[in-house]
Design a protein around this ligand. Sequence first.
Ligand code: C2E
Ligand code: MG
Ligand code: MG
Ligand code: MG
Length: 279
Amino acid sequence: HAKENGRGKYCVFAAEMNQRVFEYLWLDTNLRKALELDHLTVFYQPKVDSDGQIRSAEALVRWNSPERGLVSPAEFIPYAEESGLIVPLGRWVMLNVLKQILTWRQQGIELRVAVNVSARQLLDQSIYSDLKQALADGGLSDCPIDIELTESCLIENEAEALTLMKKFQDLGAQVHLDDFGTGYSSLSQLARVPINAIKLDQSFIRDINLQPVSQSLVRAIVAVAKALDLLVIAEGIETKAEEAFILNSGVDGRQGYYYAKPMPAEQFGHWLAKHPARV
Ligand code: C2E
Ligand code: MG
Ligand code: MG
Ligand code: MG
């Protein structure tokens, strides 16, 4: 029996391995192709300021696969990071977003857009020079793009990451620390990193009306952020009750399905026309 058992386990393991290898190969061929064929697209999710105005959005990439439909970045970004494809992919997102911002400007819509940048992209410094070049090519004297990065960017190569963050700020981009509170971030670290805002991770919001300790944590984080002159953005707000707490907590920006899900650029324009302000 033991032998059979062992073999059974081995088979399950081998099957899982096979599937992973298959998935890797599928992604390797198809994500590369998707980039070339323009099968990627950018969705936009609004951020609501404390006065109810919408002045910015977050850009979230999607893959429109003919085979699989709309693929979530949670599925392909980790692979893109591992393979290095994140570098050309990130460049594509950045240029695409800047083009969209310019289109919106022609329509009288003034928006800042935050772009997610992962650790691997920070090490390959081209994301910075790409942005600088794109701003010059677009004839822009300001920088309407902000950068969202997670703590893992700081852990993997801190000195270089800090330098690059400072350079982004000098260019006029705000730097936001994404998913704050989930990693190894300590509050004291906030004092020495060149950032403009922290984005409170969704997990805090999800627990907020169940766990009183989450409420205390949010209040403590907001207090420290305020003392350091940092903005706080709450992400993942889904319900009125979650919003109610957040409105009372001193948070500067709100984002989540409660306001709007991420949507294609054109739809975002229509949505914005119907929601000029939300108090
Ligand atoms: P993130 O930057 O933390 O983005 C927030 C994620 O939460 C997005 O998932 C968004 O659609 C989702 N979200 C927003 N509001 C709510 C809500 O109220 N409830 C819930 N449950 N979820 C909400 P998405 O679009 O699937 O993106 C996942 C992650 O993929 C992002 O997390 C980001 O880390 C990464 N990502 C997305 N686009 C890019 C990109 O262009 N470049 C890089 N490097 N990473 C990207
Ligand atoms: Mg983000
Ligand atoms: Mg986040
Ligand atoms: Mg995230």
